[in-house]
Write a protein that binds this ligand. Structure first.
Ligand code: FAD
Ligand code: SIN
Length: 546
């Protein structure tokens, strides 16, 4: 049985994902018709809603985009794209004003917008809302604007399964892949969305790991879909671990924002020693990867680690950091009187689908925005609060590019009969979720934390790849979630194995030095993937630029 006519929907643009990147892209696409997919209820299941610290932009008179650019490049391990970083830091203040115009209420102080400082920022430049509830406030306002917008149709609890691609070109050698929509699961119903342009805004990959700050939806769907469509993926080995997830029995781990350390909180081990002083001149405010590895080294020595906020924040904790305070209370911790146990947790993916300065991927009809994209802004390591900023800056660039292209009639959403008949066969596929599979995912997450986590080596990476081969053989019928987790785990392991050095978020204890010969991005594509087929045929090839 194929897809019924009424289950095929048409739109100018399909936006997959409803975090900050997806909502801002959808809003700025007006008057184009947009179908916006949200895996959960609108505004939930998105890292954007959970953002605590805030959004960075050079807004203070003492600061400048040039300072912000310098700080962004300083933590990026020498491989950030300088033009992109200059663009983002320059446009930051205007885009914050856009949010205010859309109804976001940021915290104020006697000087106007209240600006906080986070690790590796030379100035106070992080705008925030309700203390540490920035994401919730930003998404509250954008959700309202989205629901009011007549050009946007929101499909909630709806999951994109795969991109629909086809090849054009007279000669075999001219073949150009074009994306024309996606296959989608809405509740139990399979539908097809035909679109002139598709924007991936699916967020990150934290759910690959047993310890993560990311929501359940962050399982690399967009990255895996783009890989299957043949897009170039960039810098996949660079995964950022947040040093201070709260070390409690919870999945995901609640975050204790970096702004706590910005306000003077210390990191101590079980002996009460401030171990970061010996690790880096900036101590607790060193770049995130250095702090995370400092904690990891303590844990390797058998020392648990804690945030001590008693002297610096003390009684003001509930008022200034209500979100973290709530998390602490839920787990019986009172940070005014005691220590907060912390553990590094997978938090952000610097790598992603390669995009240019308009958010274009190298597949016609496909753009990517937000965490799923790799614009080159972060290089090997991201500066705190630069992620929301990146999504904010790129969303209108993507929208304007799509509008320009559709104006020039270089994109259409027509789908030939051939493609539709291919699509019809997808309904027969099974997308099972079984208990066995849940156990296999848990095992995979534990292995990923060990082998493609904070500290890697060739032996562990090869062991992980073998394990993935075994899983592939032992679980022939897999859900989209599991398949995507597997695909992205494999791609990250292969990228990490190819980079025989340490840089930013990628640390190899068998190659601890940073080497000039690797001072560049890595790029990876999957060859011979089959349209609408979850099985990846052919072997990935990694091209390491040098
Ligand atoms: P998300 O906000 O994660 O949105 C992705 C969307 O895609 C979600 O709606 C998801 O449900 C949907 N989706 C996924 N797969 C599918 C699919 N197959 N089909 C349909 N929909 C799908 N960054 C900062 O700059 N400042 C901060 O203070 C900050 N704090 C953070 C705190 C936490 C706890 C976390 C987890 C992250 C934080 N970050 C912060 C990082 C930042 O929040 C994210 O990088 C950013 O929000 C990513 O935005 P996004 O729109 O790309 O993805
Ligand atoms: C935090 O508040 O510590 C998270 C900020 C970020 O990830 O940029």
């Amino acid at each position: 049985m194929g897809i019924a006519e009424e289950n095929v929907q048409k739109t100018d643009v399909l936006v997959i994902g409803a975090g900050l990147a997806g909502l801002m892209t959808a809003l700025t696409l007006a008057p184009k018709s947009v179908i916006l997919l949200s895996k959960g209820p609108l505004g939930e299941e998105a890292s954007s809603t959970w953002a605590q610290g805030g959004i960075s932009a050079a807004l203070s008179p003492e600061d400048s985009p040039a300072n912000h650019l310098r700080d962004t490049l300083a933590v990026a391990g020498g491989i950030a794209d300088v033009d992109i970083a200059a663009l983002v830091t320059e446009l930051g203040p205007e885009r914050i004003q856009d949010l205010i115009d859309l109804g976001v209420i940021f915290d104020q102080d006697e000087n106007g917008l209240s600006l906080s400082r986070e690790a590796a920022h030379s100035h106070r430049r992080v705008v925030h809302a309700n203390g540490d509830s920035t994401g919730r406030e930003v998404m509250r306002a954008l959700r309202l604007r989205t629901l009011e917008a007549s050009h946007i149709t929101v499909l909630e609890n709806t999951e994109a399964l795969d991109l629909i691609t086809f090849e054009t070109g007279e000669e075999k050698t001219d073949e150009v892949k074009t994306v024309r929509g996606a296959t989608v699961l809405q509740g139990q119903q399979h539908i097809v969305v035909q679109a002139g342009a598709v924007v991936l805004a699916t967020g990150g990959i934290g759910q690959l790991y047993s310890a993560t700050t990311n929501p359940f939806a962050a399982c690399g769907d967009g990255l895996a879909m783009a890989a299957r469509a043949g897009a170039t993926l960039k810098d996949l080995e660079f995964v950022q671990f947040h040093p201070t997830a709260i070390d409690v029995e919870a999945t995901p781990r609640p975050l204790a924002t970096e702004a706590l350390r910005g306000d003077g909180a210390w990191l101590v081990n079980e002996l009460g020693e401030r171990f970061m002083k010996a690790e880096h001149p900036l101590g607790e405010l060193a770049p995130r990867d250095i702090v995370a590895r400092g904690i990891w080294r303590q844990r390797e020595k058998g020392q648990k680690c804690y945030l001590d906020t008693r002297a610096s924040i003390g009684e003001e904790f509930p008022e200034h950091f209500p979100t973290v305070f709530n998390h602490c209370q839920n787990h019986g911790i009172d940070p005014r009187k005691g220590l907060i146990p912390v553990v590094p947790a997978a938090h952000y993916h610097m790598g992603g689908v390669e995009t240019d300065n308009r958010g274009r991927t190298d597949i016609k009809g496909l753009w990517a925005c937000g965490e799923v994209a790799c614009t080159g802004l972060h290089g090997a390591n991201r500066l705190a609060s630069n992620s929301l900023l990146e999504a904010l800056v790129f969303a209108p660039l993507v929208s304007n590019d799509i509008k320009d292209q559709q104006q020039n009639h270089s994109l259409s959403s027509d789908m030939s009969a051939d493609i539709l008949s291919d699509v019809q066969s997808f309904e027969a596929r099974t997308f099972t979720h079984s208990e066995l599979e849940a156990d296999a995912i848990t095992e995979l997450q534990t292995l990923n934390y060990r082998y493609i986590g904070l500290c890697r080596n060739a032996q562990g990476l090869e062991a992980l790849l073998t394990h993935l081969d075994n899983l592939d053989q032992n679980y022939p019928a897999l859900s989209a979630r599991f398949k995507n987790l597997m695909t992205v785990s494999r791609l990250i392991a292969q990228s990490a194995l190819a980079r025989n050095e340490s840089r930013g978020g990628h640390y190899r204890n068998d190659y601890p030095d940073t080497l000039d010969s690797y001072k560049d991005h890595s790029r990876l594509t999957l060859f011979d993937t089959q349209k609408l087929d979850f099985e990846i045929i052919g072997s990935p090839s990694l091209k390491m630029a040098s």
